[in-house]
Design a protein around this ligand. Structure first.
Ligand code: GLC
Ligand code: CA
Length: 570
């Protein structure tokens, strides 16, 4: 890393980008059928322009039975007819590009849906056929081959092997409706290379790569290791399906495709790999170029924890000539306002609550009772402060739809309305991720808070696909837009300032000494100071205040507050 300013243009646009994640079915519903759609997204381009984001990332919008919120793809080169058409996709991309916003799409290469034509062909073909070789089929064990080939568990619960009735089983890391592709198969590789080209040719600027650490597999051991043995080798390089070295070859081919475009298409890897050195492999410029680190979204709101994570990830990004990614919320985790409403967990304990109710390591809520004791007001202050902190860092910041409104997690979804396979496959033990996927409130008074239908149709619009609670009215966009103290106003101001300061901001930051429970760093001509504690601390001496996530009185930075200020002129 150098003290040169961060590059924000041309082929390097992604390095310092603010990327806004859209969960298409829950963003804006243009035709009132209760499901968000591409026309709805295109209508909100002005809103995203005002927010100031550099790019949007769309979670899957492909044809899907929604066994896993669209991460079960029936057809990788089409749009789900329930949410749009390819022509509407093109129009949406054009609308974003007209305002200078880039478009990133989600590629799901670890598994397809069980409705994908190639999986249907595999089921219809005999054991040992080329059709079956595109997926991972194995003979069952035990008498009559009735037992699964191993005792492995799927991510959402239940066995990782599903019988197909002829003595064979197929492997699925996630739900049974999500059979894993066989990445040793050349046809599969070519299929994805063509898919990348399909979207890049339509003008897509980059890709978010789902479960990027899962593609390469080695199931040649006989017998396969047991689930207990797998736990022992987790995090190492010899796991049969996580983070194997062979993923490098797959992404080297993808890189050739990305670099055949001008500017090269960008990519960011979703990797839930704990060891930063291993994670860094996905972020080299020979591989995907950038990798998510989810460290902050699993961290307690504590100064030393945040500092350690930032330092480590900046170092790692420097080593791979990548740029860091900062994420507080996404469609898989409890919204950060709600996480920060909870008491801090003991440093060595991932769980909180009676039951237990809260798994900090995965940022997931687990049932077993009620919502853990929450201090919503504190959650809001911490969330704004954390956002002010990450937006001051070098690297790209990923924002998840609704967090700019300060939306908390919706915990009161009736069981019957839940969609997440994690809820069903754990028999309700895991609450799942629906609570962060509830459709956005655009207005406080309209039916469905303005999510469904244009203004004239709203009275007739259908119920949104996930129920919105009454209190969503308090977080509606239109109300936040007219309130200068809203979370939305803070996001707009912070993003605009970040942009204005970018040209002068070096890629590095410099830590400065500061009192306990606080962090202070400078980015060349300006500083960021965060008070993680609850007691006010004096504002470090400096020049003009640029931004504050809370009210300063007598030059005191209150608890859970971030400020940006100018370096004092000599
Ligand atoms: C990723 C997605 C998640 C999905 C899973 C399986 O982790 O972010 O939503 O359930 O992959 O595709
Ligand atoms: Ca719709």
């Amino acid at each position: 890393m150098t003290t040169e300013p961060i590059l924000t243009t041309g082929a390097d646009w992604w390095r310092n980008a603010v990327v806004y994640q859209i969960y298409p079915r829950s963003f804006a519903d243009s035709n009132g059928d209760g499901i968000g759609d591409l026309v709805g997204i295109a209508e909100k381009v002005p809103y995203l322009k005002d927010l100031g984001v550099d790019a949007v990332w769309l979670s899957p919008f492909y044809p899907s039975a929604l066994a896993d919120g669209g991460y079960d793809v029936d057809d990788y080169r089409n749009v789900d007819p329930k949410i749009g058409t390819l022509a509407e996709f093109d129009a949406m991309v054009a609308a974003f590009h007209d305002t200078g916003i880039k478009v990133i799409v989600d590629i799901v290469p670890n598994h397809s849906s069980d409705r994908h034509e190639w999986f249907q062909a595999a089921l219809a073909s005999p054991k040992g056929s080329p059709e079956r070789d595109r997926y991972i089929f194995r003979d069952g064990a035990g008498p009559n081959q009735g037992q699964p080939p191993s005792d492995w568990k799927a991510t959402f619960g239940g066995p990782a092997w599903e019988p197909v009735g002829d003595g064979q089983f197929y492997f699925h890391l996630f739900a049974p409706e999500q059979p894993d592709w066989n990445w040793d198969n050349r046809e599969v590789r070519d299929y994805f290379l063509q898919t990348l080209r399909f979207w890049a040719d339509r003008g897509v600027d980059g890709f978010r790569v789902d479960v990027a650490h899962g593609l390469a597999k080695d199931f040649s051991a006989d017998p396969l290791p047991t689930a207990a043995e797998l736990r022992e080798i987790e995090g190492g390089p010899n796991h049969p399906y996580y983070d194997r070295d062979e993923v490098d070859d797959i992404y080297a081919e993808w890189r050739e495709v990305f670099n055949s475009y001008d500017p090269p298409r960008s990519a960011v890897a979703e990797v839930w790999v704990d060891v930063p050195e291993r994670r860094a492999r996905y972020a080299t410029q020979a591989s995907l170029g950038q990798a998510f680190n989810f460290d902050l979204l699993r961290a307690n709101f504590r100064a030393p924890d945040f500092k350690k994570i930032v330092a480590k990830n900046l170092e790692s990004a420097g080593e791979t000539n990548s740029s860091s990614t900062w994420v507080l919320s996404n469609h898989d985790v409890v919204r950060h306002v709600s996480r920060y409403s909870l008491p801090l967990t003991a440093p060595d304990s991932p769980f909180i609550g009676e039951g237990p109710t809260w798994d900090r390591d995965r940022a997931w809520l687990i049932s077993g009772g009620t919502e853990p004791i929450a201090d919503r007001e504190l959650g809001h202050r911490r969330a704004k402060a954390a956002t002010g902190f990450i937006l001051a860092l070098p690297g790209s910041a990923y924002i998840y739809q609704g967090e700019e409104l300060g939306l908390p997690e919706v915990v009161e979804i009736p069981d019957a309305d839940r969609q997440d396979p994690a809820f069903y496959r754990s028999a309700g033990y895991e609450v799942g991720r629906d609570g962060c996927r509830v459709p956005i409130p655009w207005t406080p008074d309209d039916p469905w808070f303005g999510f469904s239908g244009s203004a004239s149709q709203q009275a007739f619009a259908s119920k949104p696909h996930l129920p919105q609670p009454e209190w969503f009215a308090d977080y509606a966009v239109s109300a936040a837009e007219s309130d200068p103290d809203s979370t939305l106003a803070f996001y707009r101001k912070a993003i605009a300032l970040r942009k204005a300061l970018a040209k002068a901001s070096p890629q590095i930051l410099e830590w400065l000494d500061s009192p306990a429970d606080t962090l202070h760093f400078s980015r060349g001509p300006w500083h960021c100071f965060t008070n993680f504690g609850e007691v006010g601390v004096p504002l470090p001496s400096g020049g003009a205040l640029l931004l504050a996530s809370g009210d300063l009185k007598d030059n005191t930075v209150p608890g859970a507050t971030t400020v940006w200020f100018e370096e004092r002129q000599a």
